[in-house]
Design a protein around this ligand. Structure first.
Ligand SMILES: Nc1nc2c(ncn2[C@@H]2O[C@H](COP(=O)(O)OP(=O)(O)OP(=O)(O)O)[C@@H](O)[C@H]2O)c(=O)[nH]1
Length: 317
């Protein structure tokens, strides 16, 4: 057993101190990285790094607004469970800080209906799907406009932000990329809560990944604890359309989307940047539309002090 002291710093003040314990598992390194991207590129970065043997942490430009946990070895998968839970525990703290920031700084009052001008609305969207379908690649293409043909498997979760304007509304889109491999299930599910939209992703050249969409939806509904499951917005992405050999047809995918609640379907390629922007913008539109519905429902059930109830119902008893 090895005791490690890790601090997340804000300026010179300590905002979080973690005492971590794990079994020694070899000379592997985990990074928890903070990156903040806007429409004009990265404008904030911080990195926390430590090793199992030296246990030295290093933090630069701390700004705990995004979490990133990934094995830095090329194999990217041989972590012992102690190290993994350590990564998750730090990522958790960062995510708690993030959700506090979200509530305190950005979240507008939907019931009030008005957005404060000059402030953007923070929306959390989460990418789910089998390992290797291209979730990280889609996120990276959208936020950094880069594609890596040799990307690592994600361990747990990571997220990136991007600012955008949709139909005149300023939005900070917080995209959470999750690990698709089954063995990382316990690392990703704690991050489903608070999502505003879920992007169910499969690869058009991988039939199994398409057949698993239903399981991903179920897993999301189970762990996210959404208040109104009927209205929760999903978007389905069929990625890797640049690959010649398809196993899932466009019509087949569309039929699945209709059966499972008419969610929008986009065929994308992170590699050649097909439809990636359109898909993320559609996710934002879905969230805004769902929130508008709630807003209208609230307005229509407002009690009129003159004695009339503004309601869609023609009569009441
Ligand atoms: N041809 C092609 N390859 C892609 C595309 N998107 C991703 N890939 C490749 O597919 C592999 C897996 O991509 P990732 O983005 O790591 O997949 P993932 O869904 O994040 O995988 P996990 O992290 O294991 O859940 C990588 O080699 C990518 O380069 C695409 O649109 N077209």
């Amino acid at each position: 057993m090895d005791d490690v002291h890790v601090q997340l710093l804000e300026g010179r003040a300590h905002v979080t101190t973690l005492n971590l314990r794990w079994m020694e598992g070899g000379p592997r390194t985990i990074s928890i990285r903070n990156r903040l991207h806007g429409a004009h590129g990265a404008h904030g970065a911080a990195e926390l790094r430590w090793k199992t043997r030296s246990c030295q942490s290093q933090l630069a430009r701390p700004c705990p607004r995004s979490a990133h946990a990934r094995c830095s070895s090329r194999a990217g998968c041989g972590l012992d469970s102690g190290l993994m839970s350590c990564a998750v525990s730090v990522a958790h703290r960062v995510s708690v800080t993030t959700s506090r920031l979200k509530r305190a700084v950005w979240r507008p009052c939907w019931a009030g209906g008005a957005m404060m001008s000059g402030k953007s609305l923070l929306l959390k969207v989460i990418l789910l799907g089998d390992g290797g379908v291209g979730k990280s690649s889609l996120m990276n293409r959208y936020v950094t406009d880069r594609f890596d043909s040799q990307s690592f498997h994600t361990i747990g979760v990571e997220f990136l932000n991007r600012d955008l304007e949709v139909d005149g509304r300023l939005v900070t889109l917080q995209i959470w990329d999750t690990a698709g491999q089954e063995r990382f299930k316990s690392l990703r599910t704690p991050f489903y809560r608070g999502a505003d939209c879920c992007l169910l992703t499969f690869a058009v050249n991988d039939l199994q990944s398409f057949q698993n969409l239903g399981c991903w939806k179920k897993e999301f509904m189970y762990y996210s604890d959404v208040k109104d499951p009927e209205r929760f917005p999903f978007v389905v992405l069929g990625n890797k359309t640049d690959v010649a050999r398809r196993e899932v047809g466009r019509d087949e995918a569309r039929a699945w989307c209709e059966e499972s609640g008419c969610c929008p379907y986009f065929e994308t390629s992170a590699k050649d940047d097909t439809n990636v922007t359109a898909a993320f913008e559609a996710a934002v539109r879905e969230v805004l539309a769902a929130e508008d519905q709630v807003h209208h429902a609230l307005l229509s059930s407002t009690i009129d002090l003159h004695g009339n109830r503004r309601s869609s119902r023609a009569s009441c008893c």
